[in-house]
Ligand binder design. Sequence first.
Ligand SMILES: Nc1ncnc2c1ncn2[C@@H]1O[C@H](COP(=O)(O)OP(=O)(O)OP(=O)(O)O)[C@@H](O)[C@H]1O
Ligand SMILES: [Mg+2]
Length: 407
Amino acid sequence: MNMFAREMDTTAQASVLVLSRNPKLVDAIERALIQSPELSVASETLSLAEIGEAGGLFVTNRVVVFEANPEDELELHKLKEILSDRSEDNVVVALTKNDLSLQKARDLLDVGVDHVLPFSIKGDKFRALLRKELQETTPPAPVPEAETAPRSSVIAVTKSRGGVGATTVAVNLALGLAKLPGTPRVALVDLDMQFGNAGVFLDLEDNGGMQQLAEATELPDAHFMHGILQRHASGLDVLCAPASIMPLQSFSAEMVEHLINLLSAEYEYVVFDLPQALVDWVEPVLSRAARLEVVMDTSVPCVRQVRRLLDFLEYEHFRPRVDLIVNRESKPMFRSEALKQAQTILGRDIEHWLPDAPDIARKAVDLGRPAVASKPGSGLGRSFVRMAKTVQQGAPNAPKTKNEERV
Ligand SMILES: Nc1ncnc2c1ncn2[C@@H]1O[C@H](COP(=O)(O)OP(=O)(O)OP(=O)(O)O)[C@@H](O)[C@H]1O
Ligand SMILES: [Mg+2]
């Protein structure tokens, strides 16, 4: 298959759109579905009737989950019209009150809904149902072999242009992971040696740790490493970039490889904020990374730069799972021609869309309190929580989901 000709619906993840005017319901469904690594979930606090009339809904989204009230004849009539646009490949799920009559459930099926489920459906059952529906055409996500799977997840964050938001992502993702249930141990390393400012985002001053590491005459031990890491109030351990500019060649690939070994032995997640330059000591990070988070925008130069990076990874046989993160843009309801072209060039779907939130981002930097901690309920904060959960679900140490959990 020509990988550049792939359409959104046949990528490893299936796009799910959740629709309801009730934000609590939207949030509960999103939280339940986000645990499936094979689903990429987006939501709108709008009804299907409100959104569906614009057309194109079923092209952009493989699965549509919506709150339905089949007792409303007018709504049912509108649904029939909207669902006439769906294809065989789409999966349409209506969520309704628990005591819906059989006749009303049948009415929904008649207008083109695939499944009618009660609001009280358990999260694991819901996920299992979608998995089964999508199984036939979606390739299964690769499962690491238990005996070779590492305990620790190395996550690298890179940028497709300066200022696109990579440090914002690295810091919020690391903090989001550290705040997950079970408070996993997380280390954040700012390898943007010359211009790194992750410490500023966390209100931490450089303690000279990176400089000591660069000047070390032999490979450091765990004790040395503890001495140069700084504990953030959240529990996150941080290795800041030096306050004064260091030449890029101050570091060696051997040193970085060794640092990864030391950190991986102690931390469940090690997040690296990478420099834009592909210096040789970045290679150990790329070869050990389970995930590479690529922060970008949808402008033509940025998309081209990401394509070059993907080609480089392929050429060098680096095989991290790549997540494309578009910053400062919300996920569009319908794909514009430009976005379709961008996805064709990239040959893959966009994993996360982070809304433009200048006030929150500015305050977060000024106060040294990242959005995921200071504004976890905001659109931006929620996106980072979601990102951390997605990373956790794909990690070798991912917790089991609870059976009793409900939507
Ligand atoms: N979603 C957002 N909404 C609004 N502002 C944002 C958003 N994300 C990041 N910013 C702001 O954009 C600026 C650049 O972000 P950041 O430092 O994370 O980018 P970077 O890619 O790491 O840049 P550099 O090239 O300097 O390393 C910061 O002022 C940050 O607060
Ligand atoms: Mg940066």
